[in-house]
Design a protein. Structure first.
Length: 147
């Protein structure tokens, strides 16, 4: 344990703290001393005990106000976190939906491509058959006209 020598309200005190916490304890005591002296200047000398009590009440008031703000920020952070999770879920759902649509479009494209190829082949076959029938008709017509 370390010892810290401080001066509070004109009196010397020695306080103990964990090793390495000396600077932190000194900073805290400076803040308390400032609050005490400010109250003493604002309210006059009401007596050391009453000024210490009022100082303690002010410090606790600041603590609870700070705690309330921290709790409020935690709640806001939780709400934001929940909204982020919801948005993330929506993004993944949207991505999955679009991937499904893209896959369906690819299948439709492949199907249409195959149908067009089949139609082209059928058209060529139809043209070949029609050409053959016309040629056959022309040949018959030429043979009949010669006879």
């Amino acid at each position: 344990m370390a010892n810290v020598s401080i001066k509070f309200n004109g009196k010397d005190f020695i306080l103990s703290c964990e090793d390495g916490q000396e600077e932190h304890l000194e900073e805290l005591l400076i803040q308390i001393n400032q609050k005490f002296n400010n109250l003493k200047n604002d309210l006059g000398n009401l007596g050391e005990n009453k000024l210490l009590l009022i100082t303690a009440v002010k410090v606790m008031d600041e603590y609870y106000e700070t705690k309330k703000k921290v709790d409020q920020k935690k709640d806001e952070l939780k709400i934001l976190s929940d909204k982020f999770k919801e948005l993330k879920t929506l993004i993944y759902e949207y991505r999955d939906k679009k991937e499904t649509e893209i896959n369906q479009l690819n299948q439709d494209h492949y199907k249409l491509k195959n149908e067009m190829e089949m139609s082209r082949k059928n058209y060529e076959k139809f043209l070949d058959e029609a050409t053959e029938e016309i040629s056959s008709f022309v040949e018959k017509a030429n043979i009949e006209s010669l006879s």
